[in-house]
Design a protein around this ligand. Structure first.
Ligand code: GDP
Length: 531
């Protein structure tokens, strides 16, 4: 037992579990592939989606996904890098992202914020960064596409401070302006790392490291400029400070070009060196569950219909403590029921392979997991444990849902219950609208499409969705004030299944007017809540 406990702590210490947060097109798939190229891929779970004919592991569980060429599902790619084991969790990166994207961030220890050098911070990146900040997840910044014309390095650094109050701590500085990228000044030792292009970045880009004297002779004015700019950036509070990174107030910054493999190795090295490893997770009573306690994990994603030949459901869980061994019988803390893990796997989609052991920080996919829900805790042996449930996020899209075929009303109800328990959509109701006409609420409109597709194909009860014009949402602090909102125009109160009373407004202006007329009305912002 003592031996096993040392092993668990050592194995957990090798893990780096992270996700890439970015706006569509910033280069997340390209970076994922580039990272994997540097490493020995152990298993892939639909993390890399094939685009433009590149190698792709497609988690094509939905026809919709296939036809659009996007990855709706989140899963993990695991690879060894030196002595480290890297778990890269996929954050679905299409334009209409959903709650799933946010939930993935509850299962990581750090994040890489990927920016397009020409665009800087973009809307989706900002939303995801907010969640990282809320959860205290340290962020490493990778400024991508430096091989293309883009903005100034200093300007991009300033944007981090000005827009999100995040102090950049450059670790490298580009030599040559965006579009004419020669390599980077490594601020750790003042050397120059020159990159050489390989055809299409398909193989590892050779890196040549040289000392400052030679770099100065060969790079001349570009070298001087890199020096001056980086001194400015470091001088304005950007000196490297590991504690500030871990506290989430500062971010190490690297410059590169994922498509050419520039800077990718540095990113991996940084993750290994600096990114937090798995640590004891707090349970609902805020007691830490030691890494070497018996097995525990929590479910952060549930996905249905991955194998069209039989209706199955896979629950993705992050291991928090102990060793997972396939075949283990674990207890679901929500129901106190046992769950057999005969069918645990890391790879799915076209090729399935079985996972035999997993350690804290790893992600396991549990097949035939119809009893598992997002947020559930799994454990084995005493002491029992329950981790906090996952938060629900502020919905921004709303639609009423009615069965298109009234004779299928029962299946419709059952389907909605199932979709809600999986967290596909949030479900809101009110006496005014009646129980039979629930309102779907979602972070991204894609969630409606997924819900509609599944109601039709899985529950054989097509749905008629009618979008509601609301764009602003707050939580009603005092249910006694419900009448104030319900009595006004262009707004209403709906109750979510978890009991939260959400006040929906057509726009912020409508809300502000109502607040002016009713100063006693207490509305709370709703970013992320629950956990
Ligand atoms: P995702 O939507 O974030 O997954 O973005 P992709 O990885 O699919 O990349 C979007 C586009 O940007 C593709 O055409 C990539 O080839 C391109 N791209 C990604 N990284 C780089 C880079 O470093 N330099 C250049 N020039 N293009 C890149």
């Amino acid at each position: 037992m003592a031996q096993q406990s040392t092993d668990v702590v050592a194995e957990a210490g090798r893990r780096r579990t992270f996700a890439v947060i970015s706006h569509p097109d910033a280069g997340k798939s390209t970076l994922t592939e580039a990272l994997a190229l540097h490493a020995e891929v152990i298993s892939e779970a639909g993390a890399v989606h094939g685009k433009s004919g590149r190698r792709g592991v497609v988690s094509d569980w939905l026809e919709m996904e296939r036809s659009r060429g996007i990855s709706i599902t989140s899963a993990a790619l695991q690879f060894a890098y030196g002595d480290a084991v890297i778990n890269l969790l996929d954050t679905p990166g299409h334009a209409d992202f959903s709650e799933d994207t946010y939930r993935v961030l509850s299962a990581v220890d750090s994040a890489v914020m990927l920016l397009d050098a020409a665009k800087g911070l973009e809307p989706q990146t900002l939303k995801l960064f907010d969640v990282c900040r809320y959860r205290g997840i340290p962020v490493i910044t990778f400024i991508n596409k430096w091989d293309r014309p883009g903005r100034e390095a200093l300007e991009l650094c300033d944007e981090l401070v000005e827009r999100i109050g995040l102090q950049p701590m450059p670790l490298t500085w580009p030599v040559g302006i965006a579009g004419d990228f020669h390599g980077v000044l490594d601020l750790a030792d003042g050397s120059f790392v020159r990159y050489t292009r390989t055809a299409g970045g398909a193989t590892l880009a050779p890196e040549e490291r040289m000392d400052a004297t030679r770099a100065e002779a060969e790079e001349g004015v570009d070298w001087h400029r890199a020096h001056e700019e980086s001194e400015l950036a470091v001088g304005s509070g950007g000196e490297f400070d590991a504690a500030a990174f871990l506290a989430g107030t500062a971010t190490p910054v690297l410059f590169g070009a994922a498509v050419l493999n520039f800077g990718v190795r540095h990113l991996l090295d940084l993750l290994v060196e600096l990114a937090p490893r798995p640590s004891a997770r707090l349970d609902v009573d805020e007691r830490p569950r030691a890494l070497d306690a018996p097995f525990s994990a929590f479910v952060f994603k549930v996905q249905s219909g991955m194998d069209p030949s039989h209706r199955d459901q896979v629950a993705f869980a992050r291991v928090c403590s102990g060793v997972f061994e396939r075949g283990m019988v674990v207890t679901n803390a929500s129901t106190a029921r046992p769950f057999a893990t005969k069918y645990a796997q890391q790879v799915f989609g076209q090729q399935r392979s079985t996972v035999e052991v997993a350690y804290p920080g790893d992600v396991i996919g549990l097949v035939n997991a119809s009893a598992l829900r997002v947020g559930d805790t799994l454990y084995t042996d005493k002491p029992a444990v329950r981790f906090p449930g996952l938060p629900s996020f502020a919905p921004a899209h709303f639609a009423t849902a009615r069965p298109a075929d009234l004779s299928r009303a029962k299946q419709f109800r059952k389907g909605i219950e199932q979709l809600e328990s999986e967290g596909v959509v949030q479900v809101l109701r009110s006496d005014l609208r009646g129980d039979a006409v629930p309102v779907f609420a979602a972070v991204g409109p894609m969630q409606f499409e997924v819900a509609a597709h599944r109601l039709e194909h899985e529950f054989k009860s097509p749905v008629k969705l009618d979008r509601l014009p609301y764009t602003a949402v707050r939580r009603l602090a005092d249910s006694g004030q419900r009448g104030v909102v319900d009595g006004a125009r262009r707004c209403e109160v709906l109750t979510r299944t978890d009991g939260a009373e959400l006040a929906l407004f057509e726009d912020e202006m409508t809300m502000r007017i109502l607040l002016r007329q009713n100063p006693e009305l207490a509305l709370e912002p709703l970013v992320a809540e629950g956990a």
